[in-house]
Write a protein that binds this ligand. Structure first.
Ligand SMILES: [Zn+2]
Length: 231
């Protein structure tokens, strides 16, 4: 049963969702238009949360006294996370997001934001949330059977080949920083394949980022993100 915080989020932000289903850290609110199967969807959302809790050693559910409410709403036109006024992920009411894969794909990014917000990085690097979330999106995707490996490859390519001024370019730089630290003898392919499945290593690296950049901007090491627009 939803607690007071969660009830308020459901009532004010997801009034059009007539169904809810909940796990340890997630309430999934959906209407009859949802095309997926709610049980596997909820399981996958929880697996993403488990993975993020494991690698960041943070617990947003405890912090907000609320599970994250993932639901469909007409209050946003793009998927987005917020912890203000309730712990939630808005999924826009658009046909494409009624597909289970598309919903889960969006959540591999959005759910990471709640962990970033609680991390030391957030204090000195507010703008770096998106590249950081795109980094954790790799293992999150791998957890639910989506292609995290090619996701990480795309980020690295965005830095080494396309060189566009995007969040993913920075994510590529973060990944190469991890390679330098732990996998300098590996080929790029071996690095990506091993690192993405090694939760302990991803955690060690993530916590090292929290420490290294808690007091200095990530722009000291990575390509400046200041001028970047939205993806
Ligand atoms: Zn984002």
């Amino acid at each position: 049963m939803p607690n007071t915080h969660e009830k308020k989020v459901l009532d004010t932000q997801f009034p059009r969702c007539s169904n809810i289903t909940e796990s340890v850290d997630v309430i999934f609110a959906y209407s009859n238009q949802f095309k997926g199967n709610e049980k596997p969807t909820l399981d996958a959302l929880q697996r993403i949360m488990d993975c993020l809790k494991e690698v960041t050693c943070l617990d947003p559910t405890q912090h907000y006294h609320s599970k994250v409410v993932v639901g469909y709403t007409d209050q946003s036109t793009q998927p987005n996370w917020s912890g203000n006024g309730g712990h939630r992920v808005h999924i826009p009411i658009k046909l494409e997001y009624y597909a289970q894969d598309k919903l889960l794909d969006a959540c591999t990014h959005e759910l990471a934001h709640s962990f970033y917000r609680l991390s030391a990085l957030h204090i000195s690097n507010e703008k770096w949330g998106d590249p950081f979330c795109e980094f954790l999106r790799g293992p999150a995707k791998a957890q639910i059977g989506q292609n995290g490996i090619s996701w990480w490859y795309d980020c690295i390519k965005e830095h080494t080949e396309t060189k566009r001024n995007t969040f993913r370019n920075v994510t590529g730089q973060i990944l190469l920083y991890a390679k330098d630290k732990y996998y300098s003898q590996h080929t790029l392919e071996a690095f990506v394949r091993e690192f993405i499945l090694d939760e302990n290593k991803v955690s060690e690296f993530t916590l090292s980022l929290f420490t290294e950049f808690s007091n200095k901007p990530m722009a000291d090491r990575f390509y400046p993100v200041e001028k970047m627009g939205k993806r």
